[in-house]
Design a protein around this ligand. Structure first.
Ligand code: 13P
Length: 248
């Protein structure tokens, strides 16, 4: 049985005040939550969130990392810095980083490796563009994205990776994949993993992301191969986010 995992990706949305309200609101509901819950925080607020979540079950993640350990990389943040402020997880290969900052499959694979080497659990994001889905290329795209990582780090380390399938056309659009569309792709992702290792294919958590909210989380997470959600917009309000956390 895979545990349900719910991850909030705040993206570039926060202030000291909203962070306090949001985290305290989520913490209040946590005693009723059985899922593992992670919030992925913009860098400047990691320290604040670390203090707020101390001694709770709420876990901290970051939204990206630099592959270098330290040095002359102006504006960048290393894995050690993330761990210094309590991060245990890091989002890698989000479609916004792939499309807006030119991250290739190979760059994403390197980030997955650096995260793993430094004891951070990568939340490894994959997903197709609308044109790719319409052209019938969804499976080719997700296979290419996953195989780039398997090629770099091997299949064994998928024991320490969480995959997030986020169809790009569903991110921030209010258009959610139907449970069937999501389930089909999640099952296919397991098939790709199974080509290397059947046990790992079964144990790897695969989350869905893309306009998941408190109204549709139930039917998505009920699907056999969907193990939780990576939530953008709906993770910014504690009530909405908690409702999703309580689905699992
Ligand atoms: P939305 O939930 O706002 O569509 O964002 C999904 C996402 O990109 C999470 O990483």
């Amino acid at each position: 049985m895979r545990q349900t995992i719910v991850v909030g990706n705040w993206k570039m949305n926060a202030s000291k005040e909203t962070v306090n309200t949001l985290v305290l609101g989520v913490l209040e509901g946590m005693p009723d939550v059985k899922s593992e819950v992670i919030v992925c925080v913009p860098y400047p607020y990691l320290c604040q969130v670390e203090a707020l979540v101390a001694h709770s079950q709420l876990k901290i993640g970051a939204q990206d990392l630099n592959v270098n350990a330290s040095g002359a990389f102006t504006g960048e943040v290393s894995a050690d810095m993330l761990k210094d402020f309590g991060s245990e997880y890091v989002i890698v290969g989000h479609s916004e980083r792939r499309s807006l900052y030119g991250e290739s499959d190979e760059m994403v694979a390197e980030k997955v490796q650096v995260a793993l080497d430094n004891g951070l659990t990568p939340l490894f994001c994959i997903g197709e563009l609308l044109e790719e889905r319409e052209a019938g290329d969804t499976e080719t795209v997700v296979a290419r994205q996953i195989n780039a990582v398997i090629k770099r780090v091997g299949i064994e380390v998928f024991k320490n990776i969480i995959i997030a399938y986020e169809p790009v056309w569903a991110i921030g659009t209010g258009v959610t994949a139907t449970p069937q569309q999501a389930q089909d792709t999640h099952a296919y992702i397991r098939e790709i993993l199974a080509q290397s290792d059947a046990d790992i294919a079964q144990s790897t958590p695969i989350l869905y992301g893309g306009s998941m909210n408190s109204g549709n989380a139930d039917e998505l997470i009920a699907c056999e191969d969907i193990d939780g959600g990576l939530i953008g917009g709906a993770s910014l309000k504690s009530d909405d986010f908690l409702r999703i956390c309580k689905v699992g």
